[in-house]
Design a protein around this ligand. Structure first.
Ligand code: ASP
Length: 314
């Protein structure tokens, strides 16, 4: 039994471990851990208090996957419900669908009786406004909601060094079942309706009991294009260790062309309980906890260099 998470999962890893200790499932552990991160007002990359889109609206994305059945559920662009991971789980368990977005996801959450709330905190509003003021004229800021060329503003306001973050949880329970969950508020100042990799099964999240699980943080546009979570699993399927598979999945991102290439991070677990994590940023960490450990341990990720490019057209 084990829980592996991105480092911002610290607030939830004990709860996830407790689920496993008391004989609960990997799915329950992942959901319990992520809910605490979604509720954490100090984390501006996930759930309540996440940083908003360029229009100042929080849009949350999440997904969950059951490695036993390969069933999965995902939601995108959820604006008024704090726990998208729980909506995603219900999509998986009570609908014949995998993915709901926007109004449909909200309607479904309402039907489930989930509590609706304002997700935009004062602190997130302050960071959002300061970001706009750094890059846009006051006239452009005043006219945001009716602006005819929002896309050019997004390109200006999106600072790749400041805008990202997500939480990843992977758990393996006493029966050997593996589950993964990913939740994010996505890029701050994103174009409304933008979805990253977090809710895209195979991109930001994949679990398969036969091999293991992987989940990503970083620039979702890259892991969508590289099918990065699935790529790592498929390398394990063809005999690579978790360490080799993660390094290969990261290295494959070097072949992505285009002007917008930034950072990628992966956490991974194989079916034997071996874990590793990878990052294109030197010194980045991840955490893990087994039920016999009193607290989570933080370990450094394997660094895999990616060449960053962020080239706006002149
Ligand atoms: N992967 C997330 C996204 O692209 C953001 C992040 O993890 O930094 O939405």
């Amino acid at each position: 039994m084990i829980v592996v998470a991105s480092t911002n999962g610290k607030v939830g890893i004990e709860a996830a471990s407790n689920v496993l200790r008391s004989g609960g499932s990997a799915l329950d552990a992942v959901e319990a851990g992520i809910r605490l991160v979604e509720a954490n007002p100090e984390d501006h990359t996930v759930g309540y208090s996440g940083l908003p889109s360029i229009l100042g609206e929080v849009e949350l994305d999440a997904s969950i996957m059951d490695g036993q059945t390969l069933c999965s559920g995902a939601v995108g662009a959820v604006k008024t419900y704090k726990y998208p991971i729980s909506i995603a789980r219900k999509v998986m368990e009570s609908l014949p669908h995998v993915f709901l977005v926007g109004e449909g996801a909200e309607r479904f959450a309402h039907e489930l009786g989930f509590e609706q709330e304002n997700l935009l905190s004062d602190e997130a509003t302050k960071v959002w406004r300061e970001g706009l003021e750094r890059t846009l004229s006051s006239k452009a800021i005043e006219q945001l909601s009716s602006h005819k060329d929002l896309s050019s503003l997004v390109r200006l306001a999106t600072d790749p060094e400041r805008t990202k973050g997500t939480v990843n949880f992977i758990a393996q329970d006493a029966k050997g079942n593996i589950a993964t969950g990913v939740s994010t508020s996505g890029w701050a100042w994103k174009y409304p309706g933008r979805l990253g990799d977090s809710p895209v099964i195979g991109a930001g999240n994949y679990a398969d009991n036969r091999y293991g699980a992987a989940a990503c943080t970083g620039m979702g546009e890259m892991s969508i294009r590289g099918c990065t979570a699935f790529s790592l699993i498929s390398h394990m399927k063809y005999g690579k260790s978790v360490l080799e598979a993660g390094t290969l999945a990261m290295e494959e991102l070097r072949s992505l062309g285009g002007n917008f290439i930034q950072d990628m991070n992966i956490v991974a677990l194989d079916k034997e309980g071996n874990h590793a994590a990878f990052s294109s940023i030197v010194g980045k960490t991840y955490i893990y906890q087994t039920p016999d450990m009193a607290s989570a341990q933080e370990l450094e990720r394997v660094f895999v260099k990616l060449d960053k490019r962020w080239q706006l057209d002149s």
